[in-house]
Design a protein around this ligand. Structure first.
Ligand code: AMP
Length: 580
């Protein structure tokens, strides 16, 4: 059994019991480390007492929150831009920043640079070890086993000022910490570095699957950052299994892999294994008749679970993931962002729908902006929530929704992350958060205000009708004009009409309902797109520097290229009759 169980939030640690106090100390450390940086000087001036080690941490906390304003990425962007251009002055941190991360940008369509420091990789290692410890209590795994890790680096490149940029996951996979994690958790990824970092996710995916099959008896669990990549990988498997079996039988590598370093690295590992190839082939022939239900549990007989982020916008892929996983449990992974890690799943036995994240109080200093839903008759607001003053972690209340604000060791100060969470309970003294949605309003046609969560619920209603007709909803997005879905299977016009009507009627926002009734918003238009359309969207994002490991299908878009892809690929349009 893996020996990571010493590292939990509860064993012998006062960290979570005194989470509020630890937060105050964490803020003190951040401010003392970065005393005098240009951004803080702008607000604090030259106050010497900030630097003083004896300054009361609580006094510092209240000075900080009353002096430094809440900030968005746009407020910090000029500083980050100067860093990217090579300005070596201490702008955000005292330690020079040599690496920048690109947040996926697929949640709001715009990629953002965020500082990445040694602290970023270290906390990633910490949370991964912490999470591994919690999992191993519930699902012990064999020491020295393998992980089928469906992970992909994007290309790293240099800014004008010579700083390395790439996604946070890319920096992490290239770091020492990634290697240390394997040693400390005594679980080793099936694929060598050349596969993870090839920069071509289709080729990487083929090799991940090939090596995963080659080591299938040793694989203890299957994982990726976001559930989307697992679904994507196995839907490709359905098309490539014969070729994969052939490579296992002969010890060869398909010509579709044309990156020399990757070819060399994979060929050094595999060798001909005709009996394994025949066994897999036999399984696949049977699985094909079952529409690949139980693919993972059948082909990886020793796997204990499937592990990935399955909450938030990933919830849509749960159904397909369960289908592939068979009887294997799905374990929902932790909560964080390119800007900072936030919380760990301390209850890995819970189904993904019920998962919460216990905030780790040493990673960053967190504040919480209380959010209240607008009253139904309030049509003038331009936002979906009314806000109250931010509160520290020690003041959050059960059942209340908040937007998260981060102050990090990497130079972000009172930075609004844009995520909405709900306090679902407490783990000792630290809150357990339920991820609700991205804060940004995503669908607004008229006076209506529909969040990502609202849209997801509406799509779920429509998808239930499709499932009854044995049609699978593969993916979806929307535009403040149309909603687009990709489905798999044949479906009658009548089912689609009913699905469209049901979705339209399921938008509960008062502004939407009123506008629909008065026809200020026209009928919902459901566009069915041809198979492969969402893969084209993925390719478009990847081509623009996004990484497969962090990709999230945008649930609402006004990106002209994407709208063009959707338009060209639309094979059927249906209009709602919900409001006559
Ligand atoms: P990125 O821009 O790639 O850094 O993605 C970070 C964002 O992904 C977060 O701000 C969340 O909106 C989302 N995210 C990360 N972890 C989770 C999780 N466990 N559950 C739901 N959403 C998540």
């Amino acid at each position: 059994m893996a020996t990571t169980s010493m590292m939990t939030l509860s064993t012998g640690s006062k960290l979570v019991e005194n989470a509020g106090h630890v937060q105050t100390q964490t803020l003190r450390r951040i401010l003392q480390l970065n005393y005098g940086v240009e951004y803080l000087k702008k607000w604090f001036g030259e106050r010497e007492n900030l630097k003083h080690p004896n300054m009361d941490a609580y006094a510092l906390e209240s000075l900080f929150t009353s002096t430094v304003p809440l900030a968005s990425h746009a407020d910090l962007d000029p500083y980050i831009q100067r860093i990217a251009d090579g300005d070596k002055a201490p702008l955000l941190t005292q330690q020079p920043i040599t690496t920048l991360s690109l947040s996926s940008g697929t949640t709001d369509g715009r990629q953002k640079y965020v500082p990445f420091t040694v602290y970023s990789a270290q906390t990633t290692l910490q949370i991964f070890r912490l999470a591994a410890a919690y999992r191993s209590r519930v699902y012990p795994i064999r020491e020295g086993g393998r992980i089928l890790e469906l992970i992909y680096s994007s290309k790293q490149f240099k800014t004008k000022g010579g700083l390395t940029t790439g996604t946070a996951t890319t920096h992490y996979y290239a770091s020492q910490e990634f290697k240390i994690k394997q040693e400390k958790t005594k679980s080793f990824t099936c694929s060598p570095e050349e596969v993870i970092s090839s920069g071509d996710y289709k080729q990487s995916n083929y090799c991940h699957l090939l090596l995963g099959l080659f080591f299938s008896n040793q694989v203890e669990f299957i994982t990726s950052t976001f559930a989307y990549s697992i679904v994507q990988a196995f839907s490709t498997f359905e098309e490539q299994w014969q070729e994969l079996c052939n490579d296992i039988r002969e010890g060869t590598l398909s010509p579709r892999i044309n990156i020399p370093e990757m070819r060399k690295a994979v060929l050094e590992i595999i060798s001909p294994n005709p009996s394994l190839a025949s066994k897999i082939e036999g399984c696949c022939q049977e699985l094909q008749n079952l529409d690949w239900c139980g693919l993972i549990s059948t082909l990886w007989p020793n796997a204990k679970y499937v592990y990935s982020i399955m909450t938030g916008s990933m919830q849509h892929y749960l159904k397909k993931l369960r289908h592939y996983a068979g009887e294997l449990p799905l374990v929902s992974a932790d909560y964080g962002s390119t800007e900072s890690w936030i919380g760990v799943n301390v209850d890995p036995y819970l189904p993904p729908e019920k998962v919460t994240f216990a905030v780790v109080p040493t990673f960053s200093y967190y504040e919480f902006i209380p959010l209240y839903r607008q009253k139904e008759d309030c049509n003038s607001a331009i936002d979906d929530f009314i806000e109250d003053k931010p509160v520290p972690l020690s003041h959050v209340k059960l059942g209340q929704q908040y937007e998260i604000v981060l102050t990090t060791f990497t130079g972000l100060y009172r930075y609004r992350l844009g995520d909405v969470v709900e306090v679902a309970g407490f783990h000792k003294g630290t809150p357990k958060l339920n991820f609700v949605c991205r804060r940004k309003l995503i669908l607004t046609v008229n006076i209506d205000k529909n969040t990502e969560k609202d849209l997801q619920l509406v799509v779920e209603r429509g998808s239930q009708l499709l499932s009854q007709a044995r049609v699978e909803l593969v993916d979806f997005t929307s535009h403040a004009d149309i909603a687009t879905n990709q489905i798999k299977g044949e479906v009658e016009e009548q089912v689609l009409s009913e699905c469209c009507r049901e979705m339209d009627a399921s938008f509960v926002d008062h502004g939407y309902v009123v506008s629909r009734k008065t026809n200020s918003i026209g009928p919902l238009e459901l566009c069915i797109v041809e198979t492969g359309t969402f893969k084209k969207i993925l390719d478009y994002f990847i081509g623009n520097g996004a990484a497969m490991s962090q990709f999230k299908t945008p649930r609402c878009t006004s990106n002209q290229v994407i709208l063009r892809i959707l338009n060209v690929c639309t094979i059927k349009r249906v209009y709602s009759t919900a409001y006559g």
